[in-house]
Design a protein around this ligand. Structure first.
Ligand code: CAA
Length: 403
């Protein structure tokens, strides 16, 4: 049965939805549990994701993208995370945290140089903001960039970096004016192979095991000045605007997890019997199913609202934060209930729900913990925070110009 949410979207969006869900069901789901078990990255999915346009879904065609809008990024994120969080994370990091900031903040030359290869998947890219001692308090980062003639010399350590060991390109943040707090940070694009740059993989994660998570070490890496993104001192704003893109993908992906939890729980509840009848007929099971459905319906609307504002080129930090906060918490609730509905079987990796439960724990931590989003929302409501216009706003979606 068509879900009512499809009515919020255009025919074109629903074609993207079908293509993305078909990819997830036919190509992701058959292999992802094994990758999760082995903590291995599904490299084989990257060429297909590039071919289907996912790696540049909301970039204009003139930069090699698929020319679709931001709602399409949400739709693809949802469909990929229906299969596994790790696959959605690849698009979030590569596109939302690396390519989109180049599109938003880059010079025309940087856009022409970097974007087509990223959209085609010729290079895979990541984002390096977090450090061993700077997570929620991102402005406390310690990496340093010193200008020397036509170059910057970068030193520092980045930690918990998705795709660190897979990426060819890195968008990293370092202090050019260390005494100026958030206003002393600048953004740089680095390439694998540059002297002094090394990466590694972190072991022992609870979830998102089919994603690569690692560290980036920079020892006096020489970065040409034309690889700086935005102006000197603008890095914190760039990083936060990146998170506006990626948090949207996290929120939409969480909707995909809730949908997966509903589908698997409904199937199980209809066939599993206790006390002489399918467990679907027990009211306490129905309560959990209804809660998941309520969360799905609310989550979809929050994602749609944030995506619509993005399409309009309207600053949406507040709405995106709300969508990320609500949807990740709702997905964790849904995965917890889905395991409960599956009983002992849900505790085994024979079913997908235990993987979703482990994965959802990471989503309430990364891209701003639930606590950071709670504080942001309180500050907005209390009038202590407002979103001001940016020097380089994300352009509104224009179908004629983008395709
Ligand atoms: N876009 C552009 N600019 C923004 C912005 C945004 N979304 N949000 C804030 N800014 C600007 C502000 O306007 C302000 O500019 P001015 O100095 O000109 O006034 C400046 O940035 C400082 O902003 P704040 O005062 O809001 O900053 P703050 O110090 O109060 O803290 C915070 C902000 C909300 C706590 C922020 O540090 C934050 O969001 N922390 C969480 C970090 C995070 O999400 N990390 C995720 C890491 S990446 C990751 O997990 C990806 C992965 O690999 C999976």
């Amino acid at each position: 049965m068509a879900s009512s949410s499809e009515l919020l979207y255009t025919e074109e969006h629903n074609l993207v939805r079908k293509m993305a869900y078909d990819f997830t069901r036919n190509e992701v789901m058959p292999i992802i549990a094994e990758h999760d078990r082995n903590h291995s990255f599904p490299h084989e999915l990257l060429p297909r994701m590039a071919q289907l346009g996912f790696l540049g879904i909301c970039l204009p065609a003139c930069y090699g993208g698929a020319g679709m809008d931001f709602l399409s990024l949400g739709i693809v994120s949802e469909a990929l995370e229906y299969g596994d969080s790790s696959v959605r994370e690849t698009v979030a990091v590569h596109l939302a945290l690396h390519a989109l900031p180049i599109f938003q903040w880059g010079t025309e030359e940087q856009k022409r140089t970097f974007l087509p290869g990223l959209a085609a998947g010729d290079q895979i890219a990541c984002f390096g903001l977090t450090e061993p001692g700077a997570g929620s308090d991102a402005a406390a980062l310690q990496a340093r960039a010193q200008r020397q003639g036509g170059e910057y010399i970068l030193s520092g350590e980045k930690m918990w970096i998705t795709l660190a060991d897979v990426a060819d390109r890195f968008l990293v943040f370092a202090k050019t004016q260390p005494d100026q707090g958030a206003r002393g940070i600048s953004a740089f694009i680095l390439e694998r192979g540059w002297k002094g740059l090394s990466t590694g993989t972190l072991e022992g994660k609870m979830g998102v095991r089919a994603s690569n998570t690692g560290w980036i070490n920079m020892q006096e890496v020489r970065v040409p000045a034309e690889y700086r993104l935005g102006q000197e001192g603008e890095g914190f704003k760039i990083a936060m605007s990146c998170l506006d893109n990626a948090r949207f993908g996290v929120a939409a992906g969480s909707v995909g997890i809730i949908r997966a939890c509903i589908d698997e729980s409904v199937k199980y509840a209809l066939q599993r019997k206790t006390f002489g009848k399918p467990i679907a007929e027990h009211q306490l099971i129905q309560q959990m199913i209804a809660q998941m459905q309520q969360d799905l319906d609310i989550g979809e609307l929050l994602v749609w609202k944030a995506g619509t504002l993005k399409n309009q080129g309207v600053r949406n930090t507040r709405e995106t934060s709300m969508a990320k906060w609500f949807c990740t918490e709702a997905a964790r609730r849904a995965a917890d209930n889905a395991v409960q509905i599956h009983g002992a079987y849900g505790y085994s990796d024979e079913y997908n729900v235990e993987r979703h439960l482990r994965n959802t724990k990471s989503a309430v931590i990364y891209e701003g913990t639930s606590q950071i989003h709670t504080l942001m929302q309180a500050a907005y409501t209390l009038g202590m925070r407002e979103d001001r216009p940016l020097r380089c706003p994300m352009p509104a979606y224009d179908p004629d110009a983008w395709q």
